[in-house]
Design a binder for this molecule. Structure first.
Ligand code: EPU
Length: 444
């Protein structure tokens, strides 16, 4: 167990290079199961979720070599089709191997997936789609496993009832080797999915996004090995952009994905944050500490992403007035609120008026716990003070670090290993920007 000790109140200045996107890297590993030839992935972020995903592949028999940020995956000739519980339950993407295993070996046994605790996070939409492709899938409550078999997946037209990022990818990863044509309607638009599509195309898959939310896949008999470089992580870029604004500093981001975070840039501009375009892949972010309240409603891509709302809340503690955040994608993504309140933030929950919650929210309304709220109101500006903080979700973790960087005094942030799931060398990057942050082992 480790914690950060942060002495805040220092404006951050300097340059940071953003690494490969977590939410692409994890899926490229799953794609490697679609061929017996080596798949070489470059720009892989060295984060804990990547390590967990490597464990999933190794548990199925694959051989993995890693050198710097390049990973070479060689699928086994004698694959196991069961993901062990202790390996699979650690992250949600472990469930995605169901597609390649079914398509190639006709069988898959996967534990109910884990991941950050930001809601019930069922995979009903993935399972329904796979069933439409001819899979038989039973969930066994006794062992907590999905047991799936197929005597050959076939193409289908499947309409997702609601947006699902990994659900869209799961069906893609099955359809590429299914017999015939699959059309995915109401498919998710997250740009990370398009990077996965590029990888699959480089392996010989026949896929086209024929409209914003429709993807057509023509199944092929065989896919081959490839070499592929993952796109930069836009969620990490947003974190650093907000670090600059919150501390009233100036940060230059290399490997910038500016064109893929337009909804964020628009909100940042409205609030008084400043964005500068250095060149196509370099962006500066700065602010003078005088910010206007800017309310947001999260939405699937191309909207204001749910992954950005927690750090946005810290930013709004520094803005004048009462701003609101309405979370519509996950039903439980405000775990950081109690921690920010410890630092003096003035935040209250509220119930945004919604006529038909099942139709409006991205999660299944049945999963919404009684008494839970989908909105917060933040009154600012507040001079945050130091506190002892506990991380319990990846993005919330980065949020608490940002809050501690903005606060006066020495804060302790516990649960750093959750942050390590998605940010490579976070504290080193922050130190390079002038932050006073130390990682120390917890005394037992
Ligand atoms: N949902 C269902 N049933 C399903 C699928 C989804 O009820 O079958 C619900 C989810 O519980 C959630 C909503 O629908 O409330 C949206 O879920 P989605 O499937 O789109 O999200 P995800 O695939 O679980 C991915 C990213 C998240 C990111 C979201 C939104 C990965 C590994 N995770 O999650 O990233 O927030 O899409 O873009 O790709 C993160 O990086 O910290 C993170 C949580």
């Amino acid at each position: 167990m480790e914690k950060f000790i942060i002495n805040g109140g220092i404006p951050l200045h300097g340059t940071v290079a953003v690494g490969g996107a977590k939410n692409v890297a994890l899926k490229t590993f799953v794609a490697a199961l679609l061929t017996d030839e080596p798949v070489v992935i470059h720009n892989v972020p060295l984060i804990r979720d990547v390590t967990y995903m490597m464990d999933v592949l190794r548990s199925l028999g694959a051989t993995i070599e890693i050198s710097d940020h390049t990973v070479r995956i060689q699928n086994s000739t004698s694959v196991t089709t069961t993901v062990p519980l202790e390996v699979g339950a650690r992250l949600r993407t472990s469930s995605m191997v169901i597609g390649p295993l079914l398509a190639r070996y006709g069988e898959a046994n996967i534990p109910n997936p884990g991941g950050c605790r930001i809601g019930a996070r069922p995979i009903d939409r993935h399972i329904e789609g796979l069933k439409e492709m001819g899979a038989e899938i039973i969930y066994n409550h006794d062992d907590g496993y999905f047991h799936a078999t197929s005597s050959g997946l076939h193409g289908t037209t499947y309409r997702f009832p609601k947006n699902t990022h990994t659900g869209t990818e799961t069906l893609l990863l099955a359809a590429v080797l299914a017999q015939g044509e699959t059309i995915l309607e109401n498919a998710a638009e997250e740009i990370e999915i398009d990077d996965l599509i590029k990888l699959l195309q480089s392996m010989g898959a026949d896929i086209a996004r024929i409209s914003a939310r429709t993807i057509k896949i023509h199944g092929v008999k065989k896919l081959h090995g490839t070499e592929f470089t993952i796109m930069p992580d836009r969620n990490v870029e947003v974190t650093f952009a907000l670090a600059a604004a919150i501390t009233a500093g100036k940060i230059t981001v290399q490997n910038s994905q500016r064109h893929n975070i337009r909804s964020f840039l628009s909100a940042l501009g409205s609030a008084g944050g400043v964005t500068g375009e250095v060149d196509e892949h370099t962006t500066t972010y700065s602010g003078n500490g005088n910010y206007k309240l800017t309310s947001i409603v999260t939405a699937p891509d191309p909207g204001f992403m749910t992954d950005w709302q927690a750090p946005w809340a810290v930013f709004m503690t520094q803005a004048s007035g009462r701003s609101a955040i309405h979370e519509t994608v996950f039903e439980s993504r405000f775990s950081y609120v109690s921690e920010l309140k410890k630092m003096g933030a003035e935040i209250e929950f509220f119930d945004p008026p919604v006529e038909d919650p099942e139709a409006f929210y991205n999660f299944n309304w049945n999963d919404h716990p009684d008494g839970y709220h989908q909105g917060i109101k933040i009154l600012g500006p507040t001079i945050l003070h130091n506190a002892i903080l506990e991380i319990d979700d990846l993005r919330a973790g980065a949020t608490l670090v940002l809050a501690a960087l903005a606060a006066k005094g020495e804060s302790y942030v516990h649960g750093v290993e959750i942050l390590d799931r998605g940010y490579e060398n976070f504290e080193k990057s922050l130190k390079n920007l002038g932050a006073n942050i130390e990682r120390v082992k917890e005394e037992v």
